[in-house]
Design a protein around this ligand. Structure first.
Ligand code: NAD
Length: 352
């Protein structure tokens, strides 16, 4: 076995239907008294429900979380948290809302309780992102790692099917890249394969029975594992490409992940055969890129960048940005091959 480094990130995870009811006890456990509750405008009702559960522990609700954490929103939320004298942030929602909690914690050291309602995985990571003047800067900081995570599948019953599928594919992408990461290790590989397996089985069932709590629990379990992979090892080509496409061309996060993943895997296939074998095994397929592509397509997700707003004339620039810095990836970054990958993703071709 080759040598490795394993980093376990300290989070307290409570998992199961009805776990939300333990929120007040968890806030008490952190020694906090005044929570600012965060959400998107669309999830205001969930935030109010959480505030009601917290009773006197809820200092106020801030419902303006949006994708990619604009610096202006982060400043507003920080000012509101300070005005309330908040000593804890409770974030209910997806990666955007958890991301806002992280932006607050980056400046004032308050603990975050995350209540994820998508499969994006941000709740497990110490990665934050803030967008200023159109540029998203990301970084790692242990202060932003949520201290407590409540995974309650009941809160995902209303996640629309289309979003459930792409969010689940987003999670699978973390695990897939974790399997060939330069910093991977045997523990993370176990979690990655199991996470892909759980989501691969759950997503078609979520599509068929979106309000089945067992199925939603299985999907959320997979998402937790995949989020842990994202938190623990470095990502590679796929995540860098999605960051470029999402950030520079303003494409929706989970959809971009869904579309690019089969092509990023095809690019790396020959250089990472063991990872491919595990991904294919987890999805009960013969080829990892095709199994991932089929999972998305067969469950109604868009498989072409041209269908989610990418313009053909921007592909060269996307390739330039993707090539502008080198990072560890199983196969070195080759301009012509990356450009071909982007073309395939643009057209939505099934990997050969
Ligand atoms: P999101 O948080 O933007 O949510 C998308 C929409 O779905 C929002 O309107 C939200 O209110 C709604 N929604 C969420 N859960 C719902 C539910 N259960 N029922 C109904 N509606 C619901 O989407 P996301 O994909 O979870 O997060 C994307 C963002 O998170 C991106 O900015 C991405 O960069 C970031 N992210 C960060 C990390 C990290 O480690 N820092 C990891 C993954 C994603």
């Amino acid at each position: 076995m080759k040598p490795f480094t394993y980093i376990g990130r300290p989070a307290r995870v409570l998992f199961g239907a009805g776990t939300l009811q333990q929120l007040s006890a968890e806030v008490d456990r952190l020694g906090a008294r005044k929570a600012i509750v965060l959400s998107t405008p669309e999830q205001r009702a969930s935030a109010e429900m959480v505030a009601a559960l917290l009773g006197a522990r809820a200092a106020g609700v801030f419902d303006r979380a949006v994708m990619h954490v604009p610096i202006e929103t982060a400043r507003e939320a920080r000012a509101y948290a300070a005005k309330l004298g908040a000593d804890c942030a409770v974030a209910i929602g997806g990666g955007s809302t958890v991301g806002l909690g992280k932006a607050i914690a980056l400046e004032s050291p308050l603990p975050i309780v995350a209540i994820p309602t998508t499969y994006a995985g941000s709740e497990m990571t110490s990665v934050y992102g803030i967008t200023e003047a159109g540029l998203k800067k990301t970084g790692r900081d242990d202060r932003v790692l949520p201290r407590t995570v409540l995974y309650d599948p009941e809160l995902t019953l209303g996640l629309p099917v289309a979003m459930s599928i792409t969010s689940g594919m987003n999670a699978i992408a973390h695990a897939a890249e974790g399997l060939y990461s330069a910093t991977s290790n045997p523990i993370i590989e176990l979690m990655a394969e199991e996470g892909i397996r759980a989501l691969g089985q759950a997503l078609p069932r979520v599509r068929a029975q979106p309000r089945d709590i067992e199925v939603r629990g299985d999907a959320l379990y997979g998402a937790w594992l995949c989020g842990t992979v994202l938190a623990s090892v470095d990502m590679a080509l796929h995540h860098k490409l999605c960051h470029t496409l999402g950030g520079s061309f303003n494409l929706p996060h989970a959809e971009v992940h869904t579309i690019v993943l089969p092509h990023a895997l095809a690019y790396n296939a020959a250089a990472a055969p063991e990872a491919m074998r595990k991904i294919a095994r987890a999805l009960e397929g013969k080829s990892a890129p095709r199994a991932v592509y089929d999972l998305a397509r067969d469950n109604g997700a868009a498989v072409a960048l041209k269908d989610i707003g990418m313009k053909a004339q921007d592909l060269d620039q996307a390739c330039d940005i993707a090539m502008s810095n080198q990072y560890p990836n199983p196969r070195p970054l080759e301009r012509d091959a990356i450009r071909a990958l982007l073309q395939d993703a643009f057209e939505g071709a099934r990997p050969a």
